[in-house]
Design a protein around this ligand. Structure first.
Ligand code: NAD
Length: 349
């Protein structure tokens, strides 16, 4: 088959990246997907479409086990791509509290390696989507955060992602690379590592381990289903140049949910006996208190809006975790991440 386009996906064996690879594989059989992933603790080739795992020499999927910091490899792959979507990153806020070195190497310097490769191949590359994060905003200074909200990262993870976000913006300003910056709010759905909130609570409930709530549980986030994110990325990839190049887009649900209510929603479905279903620890240092998305810009530009409600997405996600225990059992040792608090105490978060 002659491939109409080649798309390079970094971090395609992780949570959002693998959902995006599945999405593109299903919707665009005429595209070749090149996947680059270092398979850190968060990546897994089993996350790729079954067809790849059954047939390693797959005509539509090509997997490269490698590091985003390897300039030669990144350049070789980018030279073959028409479009690049960059997910690869260290992505867990709590882990960045006790050791952030890898976060800055991968998230900032890795993005620079890729941006340089895009620059070298700008005659061929039509689109470079950089996956940033809403964490770059910090706590909301007004109810629904739009793309103009000040950037006030509050954790080492958020600071590293903020560096990468501004680096891509500067490369667009300076060298006119075809960059688009996307800032997703909290994603949830299948194949998310259980260090993250929703899968951690679901698997806690399945195993009968109390869900650990930070602080008073009233800090709030905006949860968007990963399929909605994939659909937004599809629209951005295929939009006219003028509509997206050099732009930044939020992706979120626009709804705020606090941690206690998420625990409650999961409990209602999974813990018939609610006693001892929750336990409280101190607040996470650098905690973002409030975080809600304003997605009007991407709606105006591309007509995107979230389609999967929490009431639909949460039960589907619970189903996935309850029927894929073999997928997450080996991750259970990461249910708790140690940090040292400002008082010098070790606390499991
Ligand atoms: P994840 O941790 O599940 O996946 C990250 C992937 O990147 C893994 O497969 C890992 O092996 C790979 N990777 C890590 N270091 C690498 C390196 N040096 N070279 C090559 N590959 C490497 O993360 P995720 O939740 O899927 O997030 C994907 C992207 O989306 C990240 O950039 C993250 O900052 C961003 N993001 C995530 C969320 C969320 O809620 N999950 C929200 C907003 C933004």
């Amino acid at each position: 088959m002659r491939h109409q386009k080649n798309i390079l996906v970094t971090g395609g064996a992780g949570f959002i990246g693998s959902n995006f690879v599945h999405y593109m594989y299903e919707h665009y059989p005429q595209y070749k997907i090149l996947i680059l992933d270092a398979l850190t603790y968060a990546g897994n080739v089993a996350n790729l479409p079954e067809a790849y795992n059954a047939l390693r020499d797959h005509p539509q999927l090509e997997f490269w086990y490698g590091n985003i910091l390897n300039a030669q490899l990144v350049n070789d792959l980018t030279a073959r791509a028409d479009m690049v979507v960059h997910f690869a990153a260290e992505s867990h806020v709590t882990r960045s509290i006790y050791d952030s070195s890898e976060f800055f190497r991968t998230d900032v310097l890795g993005t620079q390696v890729l941006a340089n490769a895009v620059l070298s191949n700008r005659n061929r590359i039509r689109r470079f989507i950089h996956i940033s994060t809403s964490e770059v905003y910090g706590s909301a200074q007004y109810p629904a955060m739009d793309e103009q909200h000040p950037l006030m990262p509050m954790s080492p993870y958020a600071a590293a992602k903020c560096g990468a976000d501004r680096l891509v913006f500067a490369y667009w300003q300076t060298y006119h690379i075809p960059a688009v910056i996307v800032r997703p709010f909290n994603n949830y759905g299948p194949r998310q590592h259980l260090e993250k909130l929703v899968p951690r609570f679901i698997t806690n409930a399945v195993l009968g381990i109390p869900m650990r709530i930070h602080g008073n549980g009233r800090s709030a986030r905006d949860f968007v289903h990963v399929q909605d994110t994939c659909r937004a990325l599809d629209l951005i990839l295929h939009a006219p140049q003028d509509a997206v190049i050099g732009e930044t887009f939020n992706i979120g649900s626009g709804q705020e949910r606090d941690i206690l209510s998420i625990a409650e929603d999961i409990c209602t479905r999974l813990c018939p006996d609610k006693t001892n279903a929750r336990t409280f620890v101190g607040d996470r240092p650098g905690q973002v208190i409030r975080h809600t998305c304003n997605w009007e810009k991407i709606h105006r530009a591309l007509g995107w809006e979230p389609q999967i409600s929490w009431e639909e997405g949460l039960p589907a996600t619970i189903d996935w975790y309850t029927t894929h225990q073999e997928w997450w059992q080996a991750q259970c040792w990461m249910h708790e991440i140690p940090i040292i608090t400002s008082e010098g105490n070790k606390e499991l978060h």
